[in-house]
Design a protein around this ligand. Sequence first.
Ligand code: IMP
Length: 191
Amino acid sequence: MDPAVPTSFDDDPAIGRVLLSEEQLTRRIEELGAQLTQDYAGRPPLLVCVLRGAYVFLTDLARSIDLPVQIDFIAVSSYGATTRTSGVVRLVKDLEVDLTDRDVILVEDIVDTGLTLRYLRRSLEARGPASLEVCALLARESADLEGLGVRYVGFTIPNDFVIGYGLDVAERYRNLRYLAVYDPDAAAEPS
Ligand code: IMP
């Protein structure tokens, strides 16, 4: 273990101010679940979780939907180990379920530049689903949600890089129970 990497969240100076508490996250996700339960009544959707960032959101969202949903996973990568997008999206793991004639909801952690979403939408639409909607926990204020066709959003947030509740920096902080601002000046960029 790199001695510069803190071994406890308590003494990690890179964890900045709390942007969304556990309670705020829980309350809003229950609202989203209730909305999806209403909108998809009689046609239980397939939830496509975008790994890895959306895995925590997916587990809470799925349990807030009172319908027999199905779940599958897709993995893409555009960030590597930094806080800046590489600008190139790569498919790392594909779905196993056939999307033909399915009502699909793409479950994303955060819509930032929209690059990932545009790539995924193109890939999934080509598989002939009956419908395809996007449910993102977070969206940047700057994101063009209408242009990207994002129907469901948990919270709109400013431009700070955030960690926790599934979101990471170099695979760390995903298991923080809340969402915090990442303070890169307080931490050496992980190698
Ligand atoms: P986009 O392609 O620029 O929209 O970036 C989307 C992906 O980048 C998300 O699914 C996240 O995995 C990652 N990402 C963007 N902003 C953040 C952040 O603030 N914290 C952690 N991951 C982020």
